[in-house]
Write a protein that binds this ligand. Structure first.
Ligand SMILES: [Zn+2]
Length: 74
């Protein structure tokens, strides 16, 4: 009955960045949300940013136990 599974979602604040028109460095899909607010650089870009899925893959590759969105443990 309790919403136990949704607690993880509530903890992590998501920033809506759909208006910034940022695309994923990996799959080139538009990124609408990030768990952090991207900082604009001097050249007007935001550096390399990745969508949720690609972020998850990269963290796995790097062996970081960030628990990004839960799921399979390394
Ligand atoms: Zn991506």
């Amino acid at each position: 009955m309790d919403h136990q599974n949704s607690s993880d979602r509530l903890q992590r604040q998501m920033f809506n960045i759909s208006s910034k028109g940022i695309t994923c460095e990996e799959c080139k899909n538009p990124i609408t949300e990030l768990p952090f607010e991207p900082t604009e650089r001097k050249d007007g870009g935001y550096g390399k940013l990745y969508c949720y899925e690609c972020n998850k893959k990269r963290m796995k590759d790097r062996g970081l136990k960030e628990n990004f969105g839960g799921g399979n443990r390394y």
